[in-house]
Design a protein around this ligand. Structure first.
Ligand code: ZN
Length: 260
């Protein structure tokens, strides 16, 4: 229980969660920081501290600069997501799914931790893509990251596409790259079809992800925000919880399951 969230407020919010039948979770970096995955835009975020690091995620630089691609493969190999474990906040959404009340998880994260925690992969909509797949920028061929990293380890520092010789990249959305239209449509449909949207660990500053909050609210859903710092959508929310995500979320889901 956090110092800023009163227990009366938590009880009220848990009541809303208990009433909800079609919950959509919108998750961002803040849900994975307890699992050791750094946040990019938070106060101690990678990009906040080192704006140059953001360059590696810009499609134009990636295509133009072979040295940067070699560094990108190294950073994919060393990414904390390979060894990270889901934390209690991830597991809270597994509980919610088992209770039959989770419509979808729309996540901005590329770390695969929702699936690793036990949520059904078909319920997890990864709007910013995934680290665990690789796409060819030439022919759109899709392979596993493991396969590509094996080639890197075997001596190809920037492995080209085996089908067309094109540039390969993690199947994540870089700056300057548009989101996958089908994925985005699924996310918007989930937001429009939920009765409660809970945004967790996201600053809600990146579009179109953030706009899903508005889609849900416009469709009549209740909006809950669980985030350490204020977001532009706080005024739209029925409640804003500031407490540590790894503590607040399991408590909320447990209270909703057992309102007595
Ligand atoms: Zn190709």
């Amino acid at each position: 229980m956090s110092g800023v969230t009163s227990s009366a407020e938590l009880t009220q919010v848990a009541g809303w969660l208990a009433e909800a039948r079609q919950v959509v979770a919108l998750t961002g970096a803040g849900i994975s920081t307890d699992s050791g995955i750094p946040d990019f835009r938070g106060p101690n975020g990678v990009w906040t501290r080192d704006p140059e690091a953001a360059r590696i995620f810009t499609l134009q630089s990636y295509v133009a600069d072979p040295a940067l691609r070699r560094r990108a493969w190294q950073s994919r190999r060393d990414h904390p997501a390979w060894t990270a474990r889901p934390n209690p906040a991830h597991r809270a959404f597994v509980e919610l799914e088992r209770a039959g009340r989770l419509l979808a998880i729309v996540t901005q994260n590329i770390d695969g931790l929702h699936q690793r925690a036990g949520n059904a992969p078909e319920r997890v909509i990864e709007i910013h893509g995934t680290l665990f797949a690789v796409e060819c920028l030439g022919c759109d061929d899709r392979t596993t990251m493991r396969e590509a990293l094996d080639r890197v380890a075997a001596g190809e520092p920037d492995p080209p596409c085996l089908r067309c010789g094109g540039i390969l990249k993690a199947a994540t959305i870089s700056f300057g790259q548009s989101l996958d239209a089908t994925t985005l449509r699924r996310a918007a449909a989930a937001a429009a079809g939920c009765d409660l949207l809970i945004a967790v660990g996201t600053s809600l500053t990146v579009q179109p992800a953030a706009g899903l909050v508005e889609v849900a609210a416009d469709a009549g859903a209740r909006v809950l925000i669980v985030n350490a710092s204020p977001t532009p959508y706080d005024p739209l929310a029925a409640a804003v919880l500031r407490g540590p995500i790894g503590a607040v979320l399991p408590e909320l889901v447990a209270a909703a399951a057992d309102p007595g």
